[in-house]
Design a protein around this ligand. Structure first.
Ligand code: FES
Length: 127
């Protein structure tokens, strides 16, 4: 049912944890199941230097959170804003259709953390 990449990121998630004094923090919940994801960004000169996440959710949510953090690390804020849940699911070699909603958590949490950063630093560069 799940690809090897999904199982790998679920069993061995990358970038789990928190960042103290993060540049931006985003928390989102999935209305369908009540699962929650929190993402922390460390941003310097418009570049995402570090990213950590905490997900209280299903295996697909954990795997997509892990992959999403890997995909935005080292990228500009502007690039990270273009991340879609579809791209994350594709990078994991696909998700079962009934689990696609789980991947939305990752996209929305990244955007929420960036929104938080922009609200705190309205004049900061995004790239
Ligand atoms: Fe809740 Fe997957 S079932 S995020």
């Amino acid at each position: 049912m799940y690809s090897e990449k999904v199982m790998d990121h679920f069993s061995n998630p990358r970038n789990v944890g928190e960042i103290e004094n993060a540049s931006g923090v985003g928390t989102v919940g999935n209305a369908k199941c009540g699962d929650i994801m929190k993402i922390f960004l460390d941003i310097e000169n418009g570049i995402i230097k570090d990213v950590k996440f905490k997900t209280f959710g299903c295996g697909a949510a954990i795997a997509t959170s892990s992959m999403a953090t890997e995909m935005i690390k080292g990228k500009t804020v502007k690039e990270a804003l273009t991340l879609t849940n579809k791209a994350v699911a594709e990078a994991l070699d696909g998700l079962p259709e009934v689990k696609m909603h789980c991947s939305l958590l990752a996209e929305e949490a990244v955007k929420a953390a960036i929104d938080d950063y922009i609200a705190k630093n309205p004049d900061a560069p995004l790239e």
